[in-house]
Ligand binder design. Structure first.
Ligand code: GDP
Ligand code: MG
Length: 759
């Protein structure tokens, strides 16, 4: 074997330009892509091999420009010096050519010559676009490759090229996108102040010089720079009617970039007009309508929950029979003993109790995958912006929130797309109140058992109450810790696309795999521990000599009556034994805390493993209720659980502390132990109060026969919503309305384009 070169390749580009798709195509990995920005927030790494090289491919978070506006974009700037030692692939969504070239221009200005992947080439040509690649290459000084990352078309050529030995990323020869001489001179002077030279400076240092030139706050500028900036402004003003002010340099630079981009495009490409198909525009008019948007969104969500429950019930029945069959099979074919008990009572019962919910989870994610892939989620984020604002959050916070439906952990990571630290923390605080998939089993189980006529309505109600709590918490927090900063809502509306079966399939596969993995590890371990605690100590003092009575009955003639009596006595003995075991002792010890909410000791202990993984609530209940009946729902009803307590229990499970993994990332991302512990206390307090109030109000409503259950709930909901609205109106009135425009750029000629902060 000849020596292969090792090269690090960095994928850089706008959000939603297809970086992760390209990454997947090149490395053969299966990372999450989504037709909306903000999906990749951490850098991903994978490898690819060519004949000449071993490549390490790094998928960076999407960024519109090098000017860091959010923590995820900062990652890109920090990596740039490292990146030029390898190879930079600039993924350009050619269907949005002009905007995407903004980043390319910034790179070229710093002397970087990226390999350009002209991605989404299929959409571009389909819309009637064409480009002269030769000219593009000559004018820009880069090597372009048309690609369709989604299918992998064209990516092979790209990979082979970046595997070539003689590849340099830094090159200061001129390109039509390079900095104009005036700017270059000023940057050179700015660098000289730091004893640096343009020619030998790193891209980050060059970038730093440019930032120094265009800083918006003159008071942050050292005196020597002031002169350089004034000179620059003077030179730029030559031949113009309105002189350029030093405070306007950022906008000058940004508009100059767009001028260069426009002339480049004019000279080498025919870009189809932004002719969004008429149907897409019509659809957008409905889906993002001021008043229609929200009800449409709510209806879609209702549909999602309804199918999750009702359609899911059928395969769930099959899964249940399968688990039952397995349990019977082991019962029959194994010798009696502790091992069999562990298998049946602990493992099959505990893990099986959770596994049966896979169909529901898959259905839920089938819809979410469709909504994401089609491009609808960005619209949803747009219509939610106003609602988000009303709880002091930025519209962007909607993305992590929706991700939270799957799992709170990546959702907390996704808060990196929020630039304002306060809003980021607030979003982090609220995410655990988004019902993740792990909480679904509890809901499906209890709604199905206690509200058999209309389970999905109740599920929706719970979600709704949950949402109200979320809004309330957000509202109060942002009211207490008011911030004035509010960045404008800038989220790209991707075109509607037909979801590909493979990406939907992969999302489902990922979810199922994650769930099964969790069932096989955390939940299994949890179920075994719970089982051990619920079968030891073996000897428990009993109130009655069951053994001799049973022996006596067994020696009698086997009539129907005696068989029934034996079954009953066996069960009673098991129940009494269960009451004497460690688990029950623990449960009874902490029970007084939860008793006011109407939970028995069994529900109380089940909340403890729920801290490790929420699914464990169900598997624990399955183990603890086994002596009462084979059917968990039946058993719960038999031991005195009512629809009201079931509802309160579900509510509590939804609201109380997030799982340990979520807390872990909250701690890491917030960097504050205090914040983490405080939010933990907040969740617990809220869960307790809300559950308690629901229990009391529910009990009152139940005793007054005229009021049906549902009406009661509606009344509470409306009262809460009205209270919230009044509070909000009050706050807005006393504090004046908020400014949402981008104040620094009101006179900027490139306003409305992707980047008006210059840099
Ligand atoms: P990222 O945000 O840059 O990582 O972009 P993703 O890889 O997540 O892709 C964003 C969306 O664009 C997804 O819906 C992809 O299926 C789609 N996409 C990616 N590459 C192409 C392409 O070459 N052509 C078309 N038509 N769609 C693409
Ligand atoms: Mg991505």
């Amino acid at each position: 074997m000849t020596n292969k070169i090792q090269r690090n390749v960095f994928l850089l580009g706008n959000p939603n330009s297809g970086k992760t798709s390209l990454f997947n195509a090149v490395t053969g990995e299966r990372r999450r892509v989504g037709n909306w920005p903000g999906v990749t927030v951490q850098k991903l790494e994978g490898t690819a091999k060519t004949e000449t090289a071993n490549l390490t491919i790094c998928d960076l978070p999407g960024t519109y420009s090098l000017t860091p506006a959010t923590p995820e974009e900062e990652v890109v700037l920090k990596t740039i010096d490292e990146a030029v030692t390898g190879c930079i692939v600039n993924v350009v969504d050619i269907a949005n050519f002009e905007r995407n070239l903004f980043l390319t221009t910034q790179l070229i200005e710093l002397g970087i010559r990226p390999v350009v992947s002209l991605n989404c080439f299929d959409s571009f040509t389909r819309a009637g676009g064409s480009i002269d690649l030769q000219k593009f290459s000559t004018f820009t000084g880069t090597t372009p490759f048309p690609t369709v990352a989604r299918t992998g078309e064209g990516t092979q050529n790209l990979v082979e090229f970046i595997g070539k030995p003689e590849l340099t990323c830094i090159d200061d020869s001129t390109s039509c996108l390079s900095l104009p001489q005036v700017w270059l001179d000023a940057a050179e002077e700015a660098l000289n102040l730091k004893n640096l030279k343009w020619i030998s400076a790193t891209p980050a240092q060059r970038y730093g010089a440019l930032v120094d030139l265009i800083k918006l706050q003159p008071e942050q500028v050292v005196p020597e720079l002031i002169e350089i900036r004034q000179n620059l402004a003077k030179k730029l003003s030559e031949g113009r009617d309105n002189p350029v002010k030093t405070t306007n340099l950022a906008c000058e630079l940004a508009s100059d970039r767009y001028r260069r981009i426009e002339s480049l495009i004019a000279s080498c490409a025919i870009v189809p007009g932004k002719n969004i198909p008429a149907w897409q525009e019509k659809l957008d008019r409905v889906l993002t309508h001021r008043f229609l948007g929200l009800p449409v969104f709510a209806m879609m969500m209702a549909w999602v929950f309804w199918t999750t429950f009702s359609v899911g019930e059928i395969p769930m029945g099959w899964m249940e029979s399968l688990v039952e069959w397995l349990s019977d099979f082991v019962q029959v074919n194994m010798q009696e003993g502790l091992i069999r008990e562990l298998l049946v009572g602990g493992i099959i019962n505990g893990v099986g109790g959770v596994i049966i919910f896979i169909p529901n989870i898959l259905i839920l994610f089938f819809w979410i995958a469709l909504l994401e892939d089609s491009g609808y989620m960005s619209r949803a984020a747009f219509i939610m912006d106003r609602m988000m604002n009303s709880i002091g959050l930025h519209g962007r916070a909607f993305i992590p929130m929706i991700m939270g439906l799957g799992c709170n952990v990546p959702a907390v990571l996704a808060t990196r797309i929020i630039d304002n630290r306060f809003q980021r923390l607030l979003t982090m605080l609220l995410i655990p109140l988004v019902t993740c998939a792990a909480r679904l089993p509890v809901l499906v189980l209890l709604c199905g058992t206690f509200f058999p006529e209309n389970p999905s309505t109740w599920m929706f109600t719970l979600f709704f109450v949950n949402l109200l709590v979320l809004i309330f918490l957000g509202q109060t927090t942002s009211m207490l810790f008011r911030t004035t900063e509010n960045s404008p809502f800038l989220l790209e509306m991707p075109p509607y696309r037909l979801p590909t079966p493979s990406s939907v399939f992969h999302m489902l596969y990922e979810k199922a795999a994650h769930f099964i993995e969790k069932a096989g590890t955390v939940i299994l371990a949890g179920a075994i521990i719970i089982w051990v605690l619920s079968v030891f100590p073996r000897e428990v003092p009993l109130s009655f000599d069951y053994e001799s009575e049973l022996t006596r009955l067994r020696s009698n003639e086997a009539t129907v009556e005696t068989t029934e009596k034996i079954a009953m006595l066996t069960r009673q003995r098991e129940i009494e034994q269960m009451e004497g075991r460690y688990m029950a002792r623990l449960g009874k010890f902490i029970h007084p805390v939860m008793e006011p909410l109407g939970f028995s000791w069994r529900e109380t202990v089940s909340l403890i493993p729920g801290f490790l993984a929420k699914e464990s609530v169900v598997s624990t209940l399955s183990v603890l209720y086994l002596p009462y009946s084979d059917n968990l729902g039946d058993a719960m009803r038999k031991t005195g659980m009512t629809p009201l307590t079931a509802f309160v229990f579900m509510m509590f499970t939804l609201l109380y502390i997030p799982c340990i993994a979520t807390l872990g990332v909250i701690w890491r991302e917030s960097g504050s132990m205090r914040f983490t512990v405080l939010s933990l206390l907040v969740y617990f307090a809220i869960a307790y109060i809300v559950s308690y109030v629901t229990l009391k109000v529910g009990a009152i409503l139940q005793t007054s026969p005229n009021l049906a259950w549902f009406e009661g709930l509606v009344i509470i909901t409306v009262a809460l919503a009205a209270g919230w609205y009044l509070l909000r109106t009050f706050i807005v009135t006393i504090s004046g309305s908020r400014c949402k425009s981008c104040s620094s750029c009101s006179s900027c000629p490139s306003r409305g384009k992707s980047d008006c902060s210059g840099g």
